[in-house]
Design a protein around this ligand. Structure first.
Ligand code: DGY
Length: 319
């Protein structure tokens, strides 16, 4: 059996696959594969371990119907045409749970950075502007007791809510399709309507999948319903917010600040105006980037490959 992996993997993970009599081919170039290259490699392999932004769409799946398993090294699967994979009976897995804490920590970090204008102050030093002390200049916002709104309170949202409650005693409100009983009983979280979430949140953090329903949901109209003191955080997918509308909302004081770990498109170009704004902090999609979490993700994806190639049930199937 042969697996194609779209990145280099840690030695111990490679050894584990080899130990299961699986031949490993890794993509070692420092660029993403073109769709036709991905197809070409996968044609001669039995499984795909997809790391990075590969499009597992209908053309790809149609060209590689022989694949016995596709394991994603991410929790998000908006890059996969799940309906097409089902039609072709190709099992697909993702990496839930193992990255929840690290991703929630990134949202927490962005919340803190934006509330205290940390990146702006860092840049003032680089610009030689650490000079005359002005006590009321570019002050931050206190988070103690402020309301945290969560759009999509699942595993990652829960971890963020827990940290925010513990650190700043922030009341938690959330908007979900389903009630989150654990968050309600353990953290006192309150389910609200979407409009209430927008109107009542001092910090609004997004933890939902990108889908037809959520694409561009945070836009001019929705920013206008938020508090002008509010901070918008997105660590989910850049497609959930409209970037031009967000920039204008920040420029015109419609909302106070934004922290983004995800952009649309990715990568963001280096001259994007958001990068030069005092009230915005942007990170290059590093939500799950801790050594422990990235190891746990690749181990889980690898275990899914092994299970799939043995014809066993995947550990964390998407379907
Ligand atoms: C995920 O796991 O979905 C992260 O955002 C990386 O893509």
């Amino acid at each position: 059996m042969k697996v194609f992996i779209t990145r280099e993997i840690p030695e111990e993970v490679r050894e584990k696959l080899i130990g299961h009599d699986i031949t490993v081919t890794e993509w070692t170039e420092k660029r993403d594969l073109k769709p036709e290259e991905l197809i070409q490699y996968c044609k001669s392999h039995d499984a795909l371990l997809s790391v990075g932004p590969n499009k597992i769409n209908r053309p790809f799946l149609g060209a590689c119907p022989h694949l016995k398993v596709i394991a994603l090294n991410s929790v998000g699967y908006d890059n996969v045409d799940v309906a097409a994979a089902k039609e072709l009976a190709i099992p697909v897995s993702n990496t839930p749970d193992v990255l929840s804490k690290a991703t929630a920590d990134t949202a927490f970090m962005l919340m803190m950075m934006v509330a205290r204008k940390a990146l702006y102050w860092h840049k003032t030093i680089m610009d030689g502007e650490w000079g005359f002390f002005e006590p009321m200049k570019e002050t931050g916002i206190e988070l103690q007791g402020k309301t945290l709104g969560i759009f999509g309170l699942g595993r990652i949202g829960f971890e963020l809510a827990k940290s925010a409650k513990g650190a700043f005693d922030m009341p938690i409100i959330y908007y979900n399709r389903h009630q989150n009983e654990e968050a309600e009983s353990k953290l006192g979280a309150k389910l609200v309507s979407f409009d209430q979430l927008l109107a009542q949140s001092d910090v609004l953090s997004i933890h939902a999948n990108l889908s037809k329903e959520t694409m561009g949901l945070f836009n001019k109209k929705t920013f206008a319903k938020m508090k002008k003191e509010a901070i918008f955080i997105n660590t989910a997918r850049g497609g959930l917010h409209n970037e031009d509308d967000l920039r204008q909302a920040l420029e015109n004081g419609v909302i106070a600040g934004a922290g983004l770990d995800v952009t649309n498109p990715e990568p963001m170009v280096p001259n994007n105006p958001l990068l030069f704004m005092k009230n915005a902090t942007v990170l290059p999609h590093i939500g799950s980037s801790t050594f422990e979490t990235r190891m746990a993700m690749i181990q889980l994806a690898t275990d899914n490959i092994i299970a799939g190639l043995k014809g066993e049930k995947l550990l964390t199937p998407i379907w």
